[in-house]
Design a protein around this ligand. Structure first.
Ligand code: SF4
Ligand code: MG
Length: 327
């Protein structure tokens, strides 16, 4: 297994108390496999990925439990220097906002080239040539000329391609893409997602695709892990989830994807808001929003149960959910 996250726990200290952002998450990604991690904002999907990368957005983030194995090594036991090396060449991250992730005062050629100078000891000239090759690889038109341009001179979609090029430059074994197309309009979204999927196959890398939009990952993911309140509530092959969700939250996410055959109908939205991580509801944390909730849901927390040998659901009533086709 390329990456294995086991029972990870992450907390944030805030002025108002301790936010339980990740509460015992386990998932695994193999080489050449794409795992989509799905959930609303605040579900812990980005924070889990940041723990894998060893970088937190917000400095007070603290890993309080669990293990992260990457190529067989427990990352949480490594020194910062070793983690930095892995971050450079073993794993890379693609962010939602390319404009703030790229350096505004360096040309894209210099930024791409720097990867080869620093990590591969190439000369500036060779590094520049590799930068042009990479830009061609992510299909930036007129790459040989545009290599001198600065990030702000590119469109949003082209900038996202440059981010993908940066991430792939050192041919990492694992790429984590956090909402890589959310800032783009729909047609560009599809193009960027297709490109990412194509490169993923070609490089046989493991890919973690973090998104709140189930529609975006349908064609590219192998497996989906659905997160809610810092936990995985359903984990399954994509096909199974589309056929019939085994968790009411997944069902809600599925029903809120716009569909062509339902044009004009009002889109379903899951009622209510994601829970406050300072004060997660007892029992099943989804119960205040769940259309299937019973008394037991308010008191007993459901464990992740085996639905099949490749599928799990953390719902007391996953059987009913699975068989109820038109709730
Ligand atoms: Fe809904 Fe109960 Fe299942 Fe939670 S355990 S998802 S509240 S039915
Ligand atoms: Mg996020």
């Amino acid at each position: 297994m390329l990456l294995e996250v086991r029972e990870l726990q992450v907390e944030f200290r805030t002025r108002d108390g301790v936010a339980h952002a990740v509460n015992g998450v386990s998932y695994a990604v193999d080489a050449g496999e794409t795992l989509a991690v799905l959930g609303e904002s605040g579900s812990g999907k980005s924070v889990t990925a940041q723990a894998v990368m060893g970088i937190f957005d917000m400095p007070p983030g603290r890993i309080t439990g669990g293990q992260i194995f990457f190529q067989g090594r427990d990352l949480l036991k490594l020194r910062e220097e070793e983690r930095r090396r892995i971050r450079g060449a073993g794993m890379a991250m693609i962010f939602q906002d390319a404009l703030s992730a790229l350096n505004p005062v360096l040309s894209v050629g210099d930024q791409l080239g720097e990867m080869f100078v620093v990590h591969r000891g190439m000369s500036k000239k060779d590094a520049r040539a590799r930068a042009v090759e990479l830009m061609e690889r992510v299909r930036i038109p007129a790459a040989a000329q545009r290599v001198r341009d600065y990030p702000h001179q590119f469109s949003g979609g082209m900038r996202q391609r440059i981010m993908i090029a940066m991430a792939l430059a050192l041919e990492p074994a694992l790429v984590i893409a956090d909402e890589p197309t959310t800032a783009l309009d729909v047609t560009v979204q599809a193009q960027v997602m297709d490109l990412l999927a194509e490169l993923q196959r070609e490089y046989r890398m493991g890919l973690i695709l973090i998104t709140h939009d189930l529609g975006v990952v349908a064609d590219v993911a192998d497996r989906i892990a659905v997160m809610y309140a810092g936990k995985i509530v359903e984990s399954a092959p994509v096909r199974d989830i589309y056929k019939a969700p085994a968790h009411p939250y997944t069902r809600g996410l599925l029903d809120s994807i716009p569909r062509l055959d339902q044009k004009g109908q009002e889109l379903y939205a899951i009622k209510g808001l994601p829970p406050n991580l300072l004060d997660i509801p007892p029992g099943c944390s989804f119960h205040p929003r769940c259309p299937m909730a019973q008394d037991v849901c308010r008191t007993d927390e459901p464990a992740l149960q085996e639905v099949s040998d490749v599928r799990g659901s953390a719902c007391h009533f996953w059987r009913e959910c699975l068989h109820d086709r038109d709730h």
